[in-house]
Design a binder for this molecule. Structure first.
Ligand code: SAM
Ligand code: SF4
Length: 350
């Protein structure tokens, strides 16, 4: 009997279907999150301990050339959206040149970067010139003292300057990531949402996830997406729903506002996994099919032992095949039945 075509094209098709990354659950993978470093200049309490983090040695971190090769292969497989992250990506020397080279490849239609914003004011102009389209800046509080508490560094003003510079130099839309933590910033939800009334920013509330050191600190308790939404509705009345199921965030607008509000129910959102179109590559060169699964594929060793592009492609295709249907962390209780994951976000690439 004739074997079915692995790419599901019928024999009579004039041309085989374009190659692409489709996982076993039918999700087309178009989005790569690439971590360029595990290091950081802040020590957010939910991400890193104050001291004692062992950094990946420089020689074990992917070089820019290696990342460019991976990106070339991924883009031939249909990846058109890339987010540079870390650790703090703006700490890595030569990041602007790297972004310029990715941009020159021409295949990435949406090139973004997630940053804590501390170094952004000095780099926004060059990043935009290099071809970066947009940034997400993490900011968990609008209070200078609380900022110094949660990040353990007094750099609130630098971050605010960074956000302004990003907008000024055309990195748009500017998105502000807020990890919602009970008793720390849940009382600021309405104030953060209020920023979108006056400013053309997208404020994205993210449920705190049980990664790394989170479970060691009983004060780090997440706020469910439903509660975040209720707090905003209480302050501003009904919201317009703009997007649902297109990405991890459900996006809303306060009627008449300039900006938008995204709520990412990483744990409580039922559609979170169903709409997942991403893979991650960590700074130490591991392909991570799912944020919440510790399974990773080593891409560094084959890269450094002289594989061909076809062989590299096979590793990436295999990584995508291993994407689980769902992370399972949202079943039963909202914080997850499976227990916390050992690795913190700065080592994975948030
Ligand atoms: N250093 C950059 C920054 O903070 O934007 C980029 C890397 S950071 C790991 C990416 C995002 O992950 C940030 O918005 C951060 O707040 C978020 N993050 C880190 N640990 C998290 C956790 N346990 N739960 C939810 N979000 C987390
Ligand atoms: Fe650094 Fe980002 Fe982690 Fe904060 S969340 S410690 S800024 S990597």
């Amino acid at each position: 009997m004739e074997k079915p075509c692995p790419r599901s094209c019928r024999p009579e098709d004039p041309e085989p279907k374009a190659r692409g990354l489709v996982d076993l659950h039918g999700r087309a993978i178009r989005y790569l999150r690439l971590s360029v470093t595990d290091r950081c200049n802040l020590r957010c309490r939910y991400c890193m301990p104050p001291v004692g983090t062992e950094w990946v040695p420089h020689e074990d971190v992917l070089s820019y050339e290696e990342m460019e090769r991976i990106l070339g292969v991924c883009s031939r497989l249909g990846v058109s959206k890339v987010r540079i992250t870390g650790g703090e990506p703006l700490l890595r020397k030569g990041i602007e040149g790297f972004i310029a080279r990715i941009s020159a490849m021409g295949a990435v239609k949406d090139l973004s970067l997630t940053t804590n914003g501390v170094l952004l004011a000095g780099k926004a102009r060059e990043l935009r010139r290099s071809g970066l389209h947009r940034v997400n800046v993490s900011l968990d509080t609008l209070d200078r003292k609380k900022f110094a508490h949660i990040t353990r560094v007094d750099a609130f003003d630098d971050v605010i300057r960074g956000i302004c510079a990003a907008y000024e130099h055309g990195l748009r839309p500017v998105k502000v990531n807020v990890v919602a933590i009970k008793g720390f910033n849940d009382d600021e939800v309405a104030e953060f949402a209020g920023l979108t009334v006056r400013l053309p920013v997208e404020v994205r509330f993210i449920e705190l996830m049980p990664l790394g050191c989170v479970s060691r600190f009983p004060e780090l308790v997440h706020v469910e997406a439903g509660e975040i939404l209720a707090r905003i509705e209480e302050a501003y009345g009904g919201l317009e729903e703009l997007e649902k199921g297109l990405g991890p965030a459900t996006v809303y607008k306060i009627p008449g506002a300039h900006g938008r509000i995204g709520i990412i129910g990483a744990l409580s959102g039922h559609a979170f996994c169903a709409s997942c179109n991403r893979i991650r590559i960590t700074a130490r060169g591991r392909l991570r099919p799912c944020l919440f699964s510790e399974e990773e594929l080593d891409i560094m060793t084959p890269l450094r032992s002289g594989v061909t592009d076809e062989e590299l492609e096979a590793v990436i295709v295999e990584g995508v095949r291993r994407k689980p249907a769902s992370h399972g962390a949202c079943r039963g209780t909202s914080i997850g039945d499976r227990g916390p994951l050992r690795q913190a976000m700065h080592t994975i690439g948030g």
